[in-house]
Design a protein around this ligand. Sequence first.
Ligand code: NAP
Length: 268
Amino acid sequence: MTTQCVFISGGNRGLGFSCIKALLASPSFSGKIIMGSRKLSSGESARQLLGDERVDVVELDVLSKKSISLAAKTVSMMAPNGLTALINNAGVLGEAEGEDVFETNFSAVIEVSESFLPLMNEGASWIVTSSSAGTRCMASLEVSDSSFLLSPNLTLDGLRERIKVLQRDEKLDNYALSKTAVNCYAQILARTHPDKLVKAVSPGFCLTGMCANYAGKRQPKEAELGATVFVEALFGIGQGKSGVFLKQNSPAGTPIQEAVTVETSWST
Ligand SMILES: NC(=O)c1ccc[n+]([C@@H]2O[C@H](COP(=O)([O-])OP(=O)(O)OC[C@H]3O[C@@H](n4cnc5c(N)ncnc54)[C@H](OP(=O)(O)O)[C@@H]3O)[C@@H](O)[C@H]2O)c1
């Protein structure tokens, strides 16, 4: 079995933490995980909770270029044989004070990826924790916008410009549009880096800190259930695939052994 080395941003809590737990428990995983954590102390506490020597912690604030560059240097020393997967998981909903949805969920994913891509092996997986809110938002756009964004000729500059225009549309939800944007970035990466396996994954609506203020009727699923999508992306339905959107499709309460992940379209 190949020795794997996975880096995940925002691994100290929520879905990132559950992803790490799921990988450590997977018989398909052998190797180590480097947990990116905005605060080193939070990452250390999370690592202690996991109690597994296969986990290391690196400080990474995805909104700081300096932090990204330092983290990339540290990871290059910790993983001399390169990364087999980069999971861009850190994200915000934008409800708490000071949270910048587009910077965190879109621009920072590009920044982190540009710094970490040179550390990734040929055939390595690039994953972003996206959301079905992003595919639904794409489906709700004017055809002129969605066909532009879904075009195989879309460039990163073109994506940034069109997203900037769409951000001014008050009918569009910021969080959903940030996930549409990062989904488009994933498709660009898949085309421009054919030696990498690029996937956007949706865990579904999960009970994490992000949903702490949710007062609606939808029942969030357990983060452990949502996080099965990462294992599926690496070792299950997503294995060997690139340029795909994968969605954890099971309702709350589904036993982990019965969890189902499906591949869906970028616009649904
Ligand atoms: N929960 C859901 O229903 C759901 C559904 C679809 C997609 N998602 C996506 O899943 C991902 C994880 O969210 P979650 O539900 O696990 O939420 P969460 O419990 O609020 O965790 C968010 C994680 O992102 C980290 N983070 C935020 N800003 C950061 C920054 N500037 N630098 C580094 N880390 C940062 C947080 O670090 P701190 O601890 O330092 O704040 C935390 O580790 C997000 O991308 C989210 O959009 C969630």
